[in-house]
Design a protein around this ligand. Structure first.
Ligand code: CA
Length: 258
């Protein structure tokens, strides 16, 4: 579906124009503003269906704009895709922690941009699941209320923390979560979880899930997500690499809790 209003917040005019051009070609209604302050104001006034937000803006920066939009109930539900310089993983993580929904790196490929826009709009339109509702994603079936997981119908034994990480990722398939967000979500268990511990838990989780392990995808340098079957991969190469990393580290994890 097209016709949605998309607000572009970008101070570099040529990039803003290129974004507008590509979105309008695909029947989106795209408008752009050149500063964070204008971005906030325009979002509050015109309530776009999506905001494309550059992080490096003069004055009020993109991260602050994102935080303010997500802190305001009137705009919190509007998805934000941040625009970051290629390879700036710290920016991407900070953006997710500020509440951004996805990111596109500059220079962007139109195909990637449009795929992200489409995916984020579609996710935004999907109804939010009840957290206790059973969920099927690929070969995985997760029953949060019962702490049960099956892969292709066969039960899998997980620790509480592994289960929480899996349920958390599965609650919003396709969404990328940083290690920080995962730690926050599973915190409250009987021991502290660190970012590094998340990697260890995920490696063990994948191993236990067997054929279902591929559903838990690494987004290199950023965090993890549950495969939503859209084929919109954040970085297709990342998973191949990360999987081999995880395999190499598995011997260290052989004493994982049962
Ligand atoms: Ca900029």
């Amino acid at each position: 579906m097209s016709g949605e209003n998309i607000l572009i917040v970008e101070d570099e005019e040529d990039i803003a124009e290129l974004l507008e051009y590509n979105l309008q070609r695909h029947d989106y209604v795209a408008t752009s503003v050149g500063s964070g302050e204008e971005g906030l104001q325009a979002t509050r006034e015109s309530k776009p269906q999506l905001v494309l937000l550059d992080l490096m803006l003069p004055g009020l920066g993109g991260l602050d704009v994102c935080r303010r939009l997500k802190a305001d109930p009137a705009t919190a539900g509007i998805p934000v895709i941040m625009l970051t310089a290629k390879g700036e993983e710290e920016d991407i993580i900070a953006g997710f922690d500020a509440g951004a929904d996805d990111y596109v790196t500059k220079p962007f490929r139109p195909k990637v941009l449009l795929a992200r826009v489409k995916a984020v709009l579609r996710r935004g339109a999907a109804k939010r699941r009840n957290d206790d509702e059973p969920l099927t994603q690929g070969p995985l079936h997760i029953h949060p209320g019962r702490f049960e997981v099956t892969v292709d119908g066969l039960p899998v034994e997980l620790t509480r923390t592994e289960f929480r990480i899996l349920s958390f990722l599965a609650s919003r398939p396709g969404w990328v979560f940083t290690r920080g967000q995962i730690v926050k979500a599973v915190h409250g268990d009987d021991y502290p979880v660190t970012g590094r511990a998340v990697d260890v838990q995920v490696a063990a989780l994948r191993r236990k899930l067997g054929a279902g392990g591929r559903m838990v995808q690494t987004v290199r340098g950023i965090g993890y997500k549950m495969d939503d079957g859209t084929g919109v991969d954040t970085d297709p190469d990342a998973n191949a690499d990360a999987d081999s990393d995880a395999d190499a580290g598995e011997n260290e994890l052989a004493d994982g809790p049962k």
